[in-house]
Design a protein around this ligand. Structure first.
Ligand SMILES: C[S@@+](CC[C@H](N)C(=O)[O-])C[C@H]1O[C@@H](n2cnc3c(N)ncnc32)[C@H](O)[C@@H]1O
Length: 254
């Protein structure tokens, strides 16, 4: 493997070690001890994902790829979807046992290379904060091709990933924030048709600091979230910092 590129084994080791931080900090923000920022970010992400799935019938089958502790899976379950979650880290995946799912659901560890499902199984697939941990372009393409395989024709992919104007490695090269154009190109190479992409949050949005320190109470989060999404629409490219971007793509119908 070329220097600096992380293998699935490296990525699994990294996430296994993060697991000790607990179900939320390990997968959303390692430094957020109060949990306010995590609450704000996950709310914004969940609303954006549900918005993109709003025309998909309840009880449809959704794959949560890189589901972590299952916090997004739980949101989808609350909406009536039947969720299958897969992750490469068993230590993080174990936290899903503490979530109470009301719909039929399934969680499994997998090898990060071949999804353990037959072709055309899912109505939709969600991916949140996973693609930026694949800094090897071949592994990224392989994963997205496999997503395309398991989606039904016309099935939808909704991915929430950090993007930047130019590529930037973070966390000792564990994370790679890519320009949106690079992700769009890889989605297309994987056989998916890009439908939209939109910024929902910026890394250094000023109000995130008082949120993080608990100075803004949660009842204000919906209003602040609306401001962020509005700015995301006005300025469609990241500025100097990273931006959480929602990508929507579909598998072509037969
Ligand atoms: C930042 S966390 C996000 C977890 C969850 N999607 C969420 O939004 O809360 C990234 C997760 O992706 C998993 N992961 C990383 N690379 C993966 C891969 N190639 N296949 C499946 N899961 C992967 C990690 O183990 C970790 O649980």
């Amino acid at each position: 493997m070329a220097k600096g590129l992380k293998s699935i084994k490296d990525i699994r080791q990294y996430w296994d070690s993060e697991a000790e931080l607990g179900p939320d900090r390990s997968v959303i923000d390692q430094n957020d001890k109060k949990g306010s920022k995590i609450k704000y970010i996950t709310r914004l992400r969940d609303r954006a994902v549900l918005n993109e799935l709003s025309d998909i019938a309840a009880s449809s089958r959704i794959l949560d790829l890189g589901c972590g502790s299952g916090n997004l899976s739980k949101t989808l379950d609350n909406q009536g979807f039947c969720v299958s979650g897969v992750d490469i880290s068993l230590k993080i995946l174990k936290y899903t046992q503490h979530q109470k799912f009301t719909q039929p659901s399934l969680f499994a560890q997998y090898d990060g290379k071949c999804l353990p499902f037959s072709a055309n199984s899912f109505d939709a697939c969600v991916i949140s904060g996973v693609l930026c941990y694949l800094n090897d372009a071949d592994l990224l393409l392989q994963l997205l091709k496999d997503v395309s395989r398991v989606l039904k024709p016309g099935g939808r992919l909704v991915a929430v990933e950090q993007t930047r104007r130019t590529r930037k490695y973070q966390q000792n090269k564990m994370k790679l924030q890519r320009p949106a154009t690079e992700i769009l190109q890889t989605l297309a190479e994987a056989g998916l048709v890009n439908k939209s992409h939109q910024i929902i949050r910026r890394g250094h949005f000023l109000l995130i600091y008082p949120i993080r320190y608990g100075l803004i109470p949660p009842p204000f989060f919906p209003y602040i979230g609306k401001i962020e999404v509005f700015f995301g629409r006005c300025f469609s490219r990241p500025l100097f910092d990273y931006a959480d971007t929602v990508f929507v793509a579909e598998k072509p119908s037969d």
